[in-house]
Design a protein around this ligand. Structure first.
Ligand SMILES: [Ca+2]
Ligand SMILES: [Ca+2]
Ligand SMILES: [Ca+2]
Length: 380
């Protein structure tokens, strides 16, 4: 028995797309303030000198940038200082190596605590081999106040100090251009079913925050009108998964956390009868990520024997007219390529003019008595 939940929600009720927190920084221009930030990269450098009074809030200095190589070691110089009185404080610097738009504890490149005036602090650090290529942010925080613990909160708002963002261009790290699907606009197309895709979400994928903070991967599929439902499964993946289906405007069609058939991995089935382009979103419970296998299968509109026993369709093969008897409902005729060629309401006995339809094989899709089923038709 599959756990299937169908409901409608907007993306906004889950969360908005993630971005760098900009709430951090001081509320006062006085006292503790970063005086200098210097780093020499490959062929360029950042050299920032302070001004007083200090700046309220997060200083966006991302126009200042330097280039670094993954695997290499660099010296970052920060002078933690003041624009007024000298008070004890703490400092920390992070680089968002994985471009997740969050400054995680493992991305810290230096810490400091003391009471200005102090000499320049040398933060020596290495760029991880698995840092993601391209521009990312370095955040420098000086937070005045005693008895703090590391890691500091890179998003904290406080009274005195500094918070500033610079740009670091990483090269010779991981090239994520070969990892599509990080965002809806870049979704991996599902063009044939059954579909199977194996990948790892723990690098090159970031969080667009549907449900959890884990990295998420998007797949786009456009159900064929012959389909009745689609089943997607992450069973056999290496981590605690979460799977969602959203339509093109972001309404959640279905989701599953744990499918009873495969522990804490996810599987779900959703109806495609009124669904156009939709997206499957693979993510992890909490911050979980790792190797996964996504399989997607469709079930197709089938025969409902009890109803179709009463149904008469003649002649078949047909030429210019087609009579349908014994059923009231809605008929849609699809060509063999899935294209809809005719819609008609049918009553107890209805004769349709099909003389415009070219010779070939067609599928008649009936919706009657809350059931959906198909019949084959040949036109000569
Ligand atoms: Ca990060
Ligand atoms: Ca993503
Ligand atoms: Ca789960």
């Amino acid at each position: 028995m599959k756990k299937l939940l169908l409901f409608t929600l907007t993306i906004l009720s889950f969360s908005v797309f993630s971005q760098y927190c900009t709430t951090s920084g001081p509320t006062s221009t006085a006292d503790s303030n970063v005086k200098k930030v210097r780093i020499i990269g490959v062929g360029d450098s950042i050299s920032y000198n302070y001004t007083c009074p200090g700046i309220i809030g997060l200083q966006n200095l991302t126009n200042l940038s330097t280039t670094v190589n993954a695997g290499s070691t660099y010296n970052l110089q920060v002078q933690y200082g003041t624009c007024g009185g000298n008070y004890i404080g703490y400092g920390q610097v992070w680089i968002d190596f994985d471009q997740s738009q969050t400054f995680d504890p493992w991305e810290s490149v230096g810490t400091w605590n003391g009471t200005p005036p102090v000499a320049i602090t040398n933060h020596n650090f290495s760029i991880p081999m698995n840092a993601q290529n391209g521009p990312t942010r370095m955040r420098v925080i000086q937070h005045e106040g005693a008895n703090q613990t590391f890691p500091l909160d890179p998003c904290a708002s406080f009274t005195w100090g500094s918070a500033m963002d610079f740009t670091i261009n990483i090269q010779n790290g991981i090239d994520c251009s070969a990892y599509p699907g990080d965002e809806m606009a870049d979704a991996i197309p599902v063009t044939t079913l059954p579909f199977i895709d194996t990948r790892n979400s723990s690098f090159c994928y970031s969080n667009q925050n549907y449900v959890y903070n884990s990295p998420d991967v998007y797949y786009a599929l456009n159900p064929n009108p012959m389909m009745n439902s689609i089943t997607a499964s992450l069973c056999g993946s290496s981590f605690d998964t979460f799977l969602s289906v959203v339509d093109a405007t972001g309404n959640v069609i279905a989701y599953n956390d744990d499918d009873p058939s495969c522990g804490n991995q996810s599987a779900l089935t959703f109806s495609t009868s009124t669904l156009g382009l939709c997206y499957l979103v693979v993510e992890g419970w909490g911050a979980s990520a790792g190797d996964y296998t996504l399989t997607i299968n469709a079930s197709y509109l089938g025969l409902e024997e009890e109803t179709t026993e009463l149904l008469k369709i003649y002649p078949n093969p047909a030429k210019s007219n087609l009579t349908i008897e014994g059923l009231e409902g809605q008929l849609t005729i699809f060509a063999i390529n899935g294209e809809k060629v005719m819609d008609a309401a049918i009553f107890n006995k209805t004769t349709l003019d099909i003389s415009q339809l070219i010779s070939g094989f067609y599928t008649l899709s009936f919706v009657a008595n809350s059931m959906q089923f198909t019949k084959k038709l040949t036109i000569e």
